[in-house]
Design a protein around this ligand. Structure first.
Ligand SMILES: [Zn+2]
Length: 245
């Protein structure tokens, strides 16, 4: 059987029998992988402690017919405690890994951009942005906009979602695809402040200095728009999104 190595981030784990776990990861070179980690539910297992969600690990993998086997695991970055100590941070990280799991449906197909974006998103949640600390909601909203765009679900922000006219425009409609102009706005569109649109553009482009003075109500409004957009466009939405305010 072929053996290979890869760097990976743990998305989720679930139990398999008495002692084993099935671990789903996104890896740098091989995309999403599901593998069995043997014996990890024993309390003495070091392998188990290294395969908690959000952990960044080096894996040695034995290729199996349906499921691979994760043999050696070397921790590169364990976020466990930093995540568990902060509820907002933890729920944001949960949404991030669920998002990747959803946007990368196929296993063993490289998804390098999503891998880098998740690694960067988790790291930013714990260590802050290049411009200093920001609320977890802000970091998550930026992550969601960017990961959705990579997967082909770009929310229209700078231009009208319907006619493409240069914006940003003051109306939002989830089903229409984001911000829409006054001519195109469907019934039921919500009014959006210009400052909120500019803030969304900063989140999408990773312009952290532009987000330094954004008030909490604008952060919450923008998060709500992105959540509405994703709930509409991703099948069934993301279950963990409902934990977000
Ligand atoms: Zn339009």
């Amino acid at each position: 059987m072929a053996t290979y190595n890869d760097e990976a981030i743990v998305l989720r784990t679930h139990r398999l029998g008495e002692a084993d776990r099935i671990v789903t990861v996104i890896s740098r070179a091989h995309g999403k992988l599901r593998g069995v980690a043997k014996g990890v539910r024993r309390t003495s297992s070091k392998l188990g402690a290294r395969l908690e969600p959000f952990a960044l690990v080096d894996l040695q993998i034995i290729e199996g017919r349906s499921l691979d086997i994760f043999t050696q695991v070397v921790s590169r970055q364990l976020y466990g405690k930093a995540m568990l100590d902060d509820y907002a941070r933890y729920t944001a990280a949960e949404v991030m890994v669920e998002m990747v799991d959803k946007l990368v449906p196929e296993e063993r197909i490289p998804a390098l951009q999503q891998y880098h974006l998740l690694a960067g998103g988790l790291h930013t949640l714990v260590t802050g942005t290049t411009d200093g600390p920001r609320p977890s909601t802000m970091i998550l909203t930026s992550y969601l906009l960017r990961s959705a765009a990579i997967a082909g679900y770009a929310m229209a922000i700078a231009d009208c979602a319907a006619c493409g006219a240069r914006g940003p425009h003051p109306w939002f409609h989830a089903a229409a695809g984001g911000l829409v102009c006054a001519n195109c706005k469907p019934l039921g569109s919500a009014a959006v402040a210009g400052a909120t649109a500019h803030y969304l553009i900063a989140l999408l482009t990773g312009d952290w200095p532009a987000t330094a003075e954004v008030p909490a109500n604008r952060v919450a409004e923008a998060a709500g728009l992105v959540r509405a957009f994703l709930t509409w466009h991703l099948d069934r939405g993301l279950s963990s999104l409902r934990h977000l305010e």
